[in-house]
Design a protein around this ligand. Structure first.
Ligand code: MG
Length: 380
């Protein structure tokens, strides 16, 4: 067993009890199977595209804001630390974290909402399902199969939620949604690590952008308490260092709280095996007190940052770009690159158009919009 140097908990996901890959492959010689998954994700085209996809701020708004790529790396860092502290499979955790946002459209949630509206009559669009579609089918890298042929547990971790109708189509992978079973602890960790990462980096990016202020954040208990602690230790601290010393304390407090609470729930539910995890209530979580403080921070970010008029102006424009592109391609599929036209005949044109648009980076979508609609734009 080369997947791990430290001992895994008896309820950790592991190769020995894995459902394996759809297409059988020889075992890797020098890595574990989940390490191989992680490596395949890092080398994928969809992963590189995350560099130019919006998290909250559109890529061209500033060089220092998080993108989907740096967000995914921060999620992986937090998730891996939690998994290792709990003796869980950190290779699997990292693979899931790095892949969790692969299916995001350009322009963040505004892009996904617009594409979902365009696809309303054609089965809808959901970034979570799209991440799975990318690793299962859309990546073109291997001679023997479409997609990345990842391990069952990695794919199951990517599929965070799923409507019953869709779950039935997915066979074994969808069964847990129909049978009300929980995902692995590794997958549960990624969900919470995602939340810890974005709440904290959105505070940092929000302050950097000037759309939210330190004075406002002093009203938010989680931030205020840790800012006070930072100032107790470094009384003269101001500006960026004060923000960073505060944010790192908040991340640490959330991770520590989550570790304690999760260990308690594992003990309280008498977890002994992987099957116990599936039948138990969600085990990875914050204490009630941290959950309340986290909710206060989330509400603040939603009202003051995500709905800030300057963000809304950008997302409104982004929505229009997506809608225009979709309508143009649907009305005239011959505008699509030839390989998309060909797959449109097998898979139905709307789904292939959604794949094409979802795969675009922010700047590619803007450029494509100019190519199609700006009569003075001469590039073909
Ligand atoms: Mg995310």
């Amino acid at each position: 067993m080369n997947e791990h140097v430290t001992e895994l908990a008896a309820w950790a996901a592991c190769e020995a009890v894995s459902n394996g890959r759809v297409h059988a492959e020889p075992r890797p010689k020098t890595r574990g199977e989940f390490q191989r998954d992680r490596d395949r994700i890092v080398h994928s085209t969809a992963f590189r595209r995350l560099e130019y996809k919006t998290q909250v701020f559109v890529n061209h708004e500033g060089d220092l804001f998080r993108t989907r790529l740096t967000h995914s790396i921060e999620v992986a860092q937090i998730a891996r630390s939690i998994a290792r502290a709990l003796s869980l499979n950190d290779d699997l955790t990292e693979a899931i974290a790095l892949a969790h946002d692969l299916g995001h459209t350009p322009f963040g949630h505004a892009g996904q909402d617009a594409l979902n509206e365009c696809m309303a009559a054609h089965g809808g669009f959901e970034h979570n399902l799209q991440s799975l579609r990318i690793v299962d089918r859309l990546e073109e890298r291997y001679g023997a199969f479409d997609g990345l042929n990842l391990m069952f547990e990695t794919r199951a971790g990517i599929l965070k939620h799923c409507a019953p109708a869709k779950a039935r189509e997915l066979g074994e992978l969808g069964n847990r949604f129909l049978e009300d079973r929980r995902p692995s602890l590794e997958a549960q960790i990624c969900n919470l690590a995602d939340e810890i990462a974005y709440n904290n980096h959105d505070v940092d990016d929000g302050l950097r952008s000037g759309l939210i202020t330190l004075e406002q954040l002093e009203q938010i208990s989680l931030f205020a308490r840790h800012a006070r602690q930072a100032l107790l230790e470094f009384p003269k601290l101001v500006g960026r260092r004060l923000i960073h010393e505060t944010v790192r304390r908040v991340i640490d407090a959330q991770v520590t709280d989550l570790l304690t609470e999760t260990q308690q729930r594992i003990a309280a539910n008498g977890i002994k095996t992987l099957a116990d995890v599936e039948r138990a209530p969600p085990l990875v979580g914050f204490s009630a007190a941290m959950q309340a403080e986290n909710r206060e921070l989330k509400t603040f970010l939603r009202t003051e940052l995500y709905r800030h008029y300057q963000v809304v102006r950008m997302t409104n424009k982004a929505r229009r770009v997506i809608r225009d592109l979709f309508a143009a391609f649907l009305a005239e599929p011959r505008l699509l690159p030839p390989q998309y036209q060909a797959s449109g005949e097998q898979e139905g044109m709307p789904r292939v158009i959604a794949d094409y648009i979802a795969g675009m980076t922010d700047r590619y979508a803007i450029k494509e919009h100019r190519r199609l609609f700006d009569v003075g734009y001469l590039e073909p």
